[in-house]
Design a protein around this ligand. Sequence first.
Ligand code: TMP
Ligand code: ASP
Length: 242
Amino acid sequence: MTLSTTRGALKYEGKAKRVYESGQPDLYIVEYKDDATAFNGVKKAQIMGKGAINNAITSAIYPQLEQAGIPTHFLAQLSDTEQLVRAVTIVPVEVIVRNVAAGSFSKRLDVAEGTALAVPVVEYSYKSDALGDPMINTDTAVALGWADYEELSHIRELALKVRGFLTPFFAARGVRLIDFKLEFGKLENGHIILADEISPDTCRFWDAETGDKLDKDRFRRDLGGVEDAYAEMLKRVVLSTE
Ligand code: TMP
Ligand code: ASP
């Protein structure tokens, strides 16, 4: 296969990434930005080197997910901040998987952060910046035509399979995977595959020994040491798989 790597027209710009056409209709180029936002874009900053780190971490993990039997959009890392991916239509349902109570779950249910969950909890939100990604259930997604029940049940199964790979993967690197967010895309033939990133922007990572936060909560909560936390996760994931 010849891979075209020339950036074409901008297809989509999100808060942390841009998606470009590639010259081949079934392939897109994703560019990771240093921009960071929180609270639905209310808080904004640049995290130096974040784009390259999140690209490197995602590019290291996705091929391993494929090997573990999870179909993904990832094809190749093209540069520090770019990836070649399969063109998909993103299903506008964000899938959050929780191993341990934290963040909005802790707030909503008044459960202390760090409380173990007896079973993994899968939650769904509607991917809408305008609405602040409101929580939904699967009936909502079907009722509004975003996916059918079969697709949603497949998505849930894939999300738990991703958890089954990632939890021991990070544990082996001294990191507790507290929770994470996934997005899925649809190929032209209707197949659902994993899309988007897996990075400190989209996961909660706590150091297994010290409990230190090694993710975007350092930015969201003004804890300081944001760049160092991202660099530490790069070291644990990428340097330890080389
Ligand atoms: P939450 O506890 O704030 O709902 O976050 C759950 C997980 O989802 C956490 O690992 C961070 C990630 N996340 C995103 O990737 N994007 C978002 O917009 C939000 C709010 C959370
Ligand atoms: N990315 C989201 C936003 O800007 C929120 C987050 O990651 O906390 O709003």
